[in-house]
Design a protein around this ligand. Structure first.
Ligand SMILES: N[C@@H](CCC(=O)N[C@@H](CS)C(=O)NCC(=O)O)C(=O)O
Length: 203
């Protein structure tokens, strides 16, 4: 299985962390989306990473489908629980964490356009999603050690990847000052080998 990824994509990082947590070997292919001959759209018509190319050449996307697939592939540590209630709780956390990340990515792309073409109302709308999402995630986490139940799960992985992305790209969204429960969980996640091994370059 081959993963098309970049070092800075928070969505690709979710997949890399799952593979590391479960001890699943993946062939890794770094891609640069801006390259004219970037192969991603041959495997994902949306032209987005991550993409997982299976041994029979079928391709899987997006990140939530890939992590589901990898979790079911090996019994190791289960990251998406089997029982229906916890499973949908984990998936909701993942959806909200990914959605906050989507809004942040949209702002990042908008901010890369020429200044006179940028739409401040679009940026404000997306930042509203980031702030409301973080508030709900912070409240829902409360003083719990993990997002769902007593164990580390896909919810923690998705949240950790989103929080790292926001810290790197939007340092003004201070977790310590505004979302202390998330800051506490983030600090503990960053100590895990799977997070350390996949830390994006600070550029
Ligand atoms: N929902 C997708 C989002 C993936 C995504 O937006 N990836 C970014 C890189 S961080 C991308 O490929 N952007 C290129 C584009 O939007 O054209 C997932 O979870 O995999």
């Amino acid at each position: 299985m081959k993963l098309l990824y970049s070092l800075t994509s928070p969505y690709a990082r979710k997949v890399r962390i799952v593979a590391a947590e479960k001890g699943i070997p993946l062939e890794m292919q770094l891609v640069v989306l801006a390259d004219p001959d970037c192969p991603v759209s041959l495997y994902n018509p949306l032209g987005k990473i991550p993409v997982l190319i299976l041994d029979d050449k079928e391709s899987l996307y997006d990140s939530s489908v890939i992590v589901d697939y990898l979790d079911q592939l090996s019994s190791g540590s289960v990251l998406i629980p089997q029982d229906t209630k916890s499973q949908y709780q984990v998936k909701r956390w993942e959806a909200l964490a990914d959605g906050v990340c989507d809004a942040g990515v949209a702002v990042l792309y908008e901010s890369r356009r020429a200044e006179n073409l940028q739409d401040p109302s679009f940026i404000a709308k997306q930042m509203g999603k980031v702030e409301r999402g973080l508030k709900v995630l912070n409240n829902d986490l409360g003083d719990h050690l993990f997002c769902v139940g007593q164990t580390f799960s896909m919810a923690d992985i998705a949240l950790g990847c989103t929080l790292e992305f926001l810290q790197r790209r939007f340092p003004e969204v201070s977790l310590e000052m505004n979302y202390p429960n998330l800051a506490r969980l983030y600090a503990s996640l960053m100590l895990r080998d799977s997070f350390i091994e996949t830390t994006p370059p600070q550029s």
